[in-house]
Design a protein around this ligand. Structure first.
Ligand SMILES: Nc1ncnc2c1ncn2[C@@H]1O[C@H](COP(=O)(O)OP(=O)(O)OP(=O)(O)O)[C@@H](O)[C@H]1O
Length: 255
């Protein structure tokens, strides 16, 4: 059963190693993400999107405030939260199926049981025929599918995705967006998805959170009540995109 994610009064300060000055990356972030919700976080480069995701993942520690998943305060990474990064993070020396089942190695499962789980998720991302292939034999889109299958195989309740399709060509990107929505529909995960791309956010999200920069603050929090699959060219989509771009104006979007 998925749990809500609560982000309460989060502030994150870094110290610049060269200048030794403090950088206020996030300032007083409050956010309640419902179980099963698909939330996109957008904002200009450097506004703290990855920092927020890394705090939810437990990779970083906040300066003030707290984050909880259900009743559990996040203190470190855990099996309830799976992360997919923009860079392909597969183990090059393991074949596809072993990459997908890698996270299961600590569980008390036989090799056969792990393979059954691995194959289920490989087939969900359309790569069952590539179980024995090695990462260098795959395209960028296929590598990201393997990375998604890997977090799904671990049965994480929450998918944290940091620009997962940012390095892909437009066509592959659209295909993976569609596939991700299908998987999300089937698996009922909570998704927190960081992107620079307004089109992507409006296509995917139930809700888009816009961060402003220096320091990162929530500038807007917009619900998208459009049924799926969404028509990328519809007037309603264009209207929401305009609204989001209005909130982003003044912040240099970078991409
Ligand atoms: N480890 C760190 N040490 C010092 N400063 C950092 C560190 N990580 C992030 N920052 C700073 O915190 C701010 C937010 O960075 P973050 O990477 O979260 O932004 P972002 O919105 O994800 O950017 P991008 O879209 O370019 O990936 C930036 O000013 C960045 O330079």
């Amino acid at each position: 059963m998925t749990q809500p994610v609560t982000i309460k009064n989060i502030t994150k300060e870094f110290t610049d190693k060269e200048t030794e000055k403090n950088i206020l990356a996030l300032n007083n972030i409050n956010l309640e993400i419902e179980k099963g919700e698909f939330v996109c976080i957008i904002g200009a480069s450097g506004c703290g999107k990855s920092t927020l995701l890394n705090l939810i993942a437990g990779f970083l520690e906040q300066t003030t405030g707290h984050i909880s998943v259900g009743n559990n305060i996040v203190k470190e990474p855990g099996p309830d939260r799976g992360v997919v990064f923009q860079e392909y993070t597969l183990f090059p020396w393991l074949n596809v199926i072993k990459n997908v089942t890698f996270g299961l190695n600590e569980l008390d499962l036989t090799t056969n049981e792990k393979e059954v789980i691995g194959k289920k998720y490989l087939s969900l991302v359309g790569l069952e025929k590539f179980a024995q292939a090695y990462p260098h034999e795959l395209s960028g889109g296929m590598k990201q599918r393997v990375a998604i299958a890997r977090v799904l195989a671990m049965d994480c309740e929450i998918l944290l995705m940091d620009e997962p399709f940012g390095a892909l060509d437009a066509q592959t990107r659209q295909m993976l967006q569609q596939e991700l929505l299908e998987i999300w529909g089937q698996e009922k995960k909570t998704v927190v998805f960081v992107t620079h791309n307004v089109d992507e956010a409006v296509y995917l999200a139930d809700r888009v959170v816009v961060l402003s920069s220096h320091p990162g603050r929530i500038k807007a929090d917009i619900k998208i009540n459009l049924s799926r699959p969404r028509d990328r060219l519809s007037n309603k989509v264009a209207e929401i995109k305009r609204e989001l771009l209005g909130h982003l104006m003044g912040d240099d979007m970078g991409a």
